[in-house]
Design a protein around this ligand. Structure first.
Ligand SMILES: [Zn+2]
Length: 325
């Protein structure tokens, strides 16, 4: 996970701090030494880092952390990028003038640092972590009745019921011992393989679960994910901007010269045919394989016609010899 050579960055930052004559010790708090053993954890698309300690390494492509730390960062990294950096890196290798002035420029930069995690102030999600060593008989009985979880709240020892007491930090129980917390798949299936492979795996699993109507899952995936993606990209294709390959300038319309007026570079599309058609074949295949309504199949068909009418030039049609027979 640690990039080779990345240690040069804090070293360069220290050299810069030395050259500027900044004090090594601060006001007697030895910021330099402490920031060499402490770390800063930052979730994607946020700018609030949380102070933490590194206690070990794992071969898993993941960061393991206390649920409080995860919740304190106000965002989970469910197969998104995660980040832990040396505190020193956040302190000396940072300036607001490095940040881009574009929208989102303040994201993923440690602008705020929380040095203390108060379980009462973190995301409420972590308050539902249960801490008991076993479940009460009533919980099993309620599960059999499909009761609402709120009904059995009083039988389960949760973080939420310990807030404000000393026990909010200690005496956490668990139900099953394990040899190591990373004795599990080391890479999340979410980040592996193509979209189609992941979808096939999901549908394969759904088909095995009796409680799931796999045809309905296929309908929902097509209606809520694949179709909106394709319709959105199709609309975007005809309204798209052009980009200069040399200077990265964006243009709302094609300039009359056909070249970049700033530097004369070639212009390129920002939305491509491939990204519009990306899920078309997949949508057609799964809607044929599974039992979905004719209405949905026709919607996919109409979308395909709309794409063909946009991308296929009727005047210059490539003909093969056997087209004439
Ligand atoms: Zn240009």
């Amino acid at each position: 996970m640690v990039q080779p050579g990345s240690f040069a960055v804090p070293l360069a930052g220290l050299a810069a701090a030395f050259a500027k004559g900044l004090p090594w010790t601060g006001s007697g708090n030895w910021w330099l030494l402490t920031s060499l053993v402490l770390f800063l954890s930052l979730a994607p698309h946020t700018s609030g880092g949380v102070l933490c300690r590194l206690i070990g390494y794992t071969p898993a492509k993941a960061c393991f952390a206390h649920p409080y730390l995860i919740a304190a960062r106000r965002r989970n990294c469910d197969s998104d990028e995660d980040c832990v950096m040396l505190l020193l890196d956040g302190l000396v290798n940072f300036s607001r003038s490095y940040l881009p002035d574009k929208r989102g420029g303040l994201m993923d930069a440690p602008l705020v640092l929380s040095t203390r995690v108060d379980p009462n102030e973190i995301d409420k999600e972590a308050h539902n972590v249960d801490l008991g060593t076993s479940y009460a008989y009533e919980v099993y009985e309620a599960a059999r009745r499909y009761a609402h979880p709120r009904e059995v709240e009083k039988f389960v020892d949760r973080v939420g019921s310990r807030i404000g007491k000393d026990s909010q930090y200690e005496g956490f129980g668990f139900t099953h011992s394990v040899g190591g917390i990373d004795a599990s798949p080391l890479v999340s299936a979410y980040g592996e393989g193509t979209m189609e492979e992941k979808l096939r795996k999901q549908l394969g699993l759904m088909a095995k679960i009796r409680a799931v109507d796999v045809n309905d899952v296929v309908r929902k995936i097509v209606v809520h994910h694949l179709l909106p993606d394709m319709i959105g990209n199709l609309g975007q294709f005809s309204k798209q901007m052009l980009r200069c390959v040399k200077c990265n300038n964006n243009f709302r319309r094609i300039p009359l010269s056909g070249k970049c007026p700033e530097c004369g570079g070639n212009l390129t599309l920002t939305v491509h045919q491939a990204s519009v058609r990306k899920y078309l074949e997949l949508s057609k295949r799964i809607s044929e394989e599974y039992d979905v309504s004719n209405y949905l199949k026709q919607r996919i068909g109409l979308l395909e016609e709309a794409m063909d009418s946009l991308f296929t030039n009727d005047k210059t049609k490539d003909m093969k010899l056997d087209d004439f027979f």
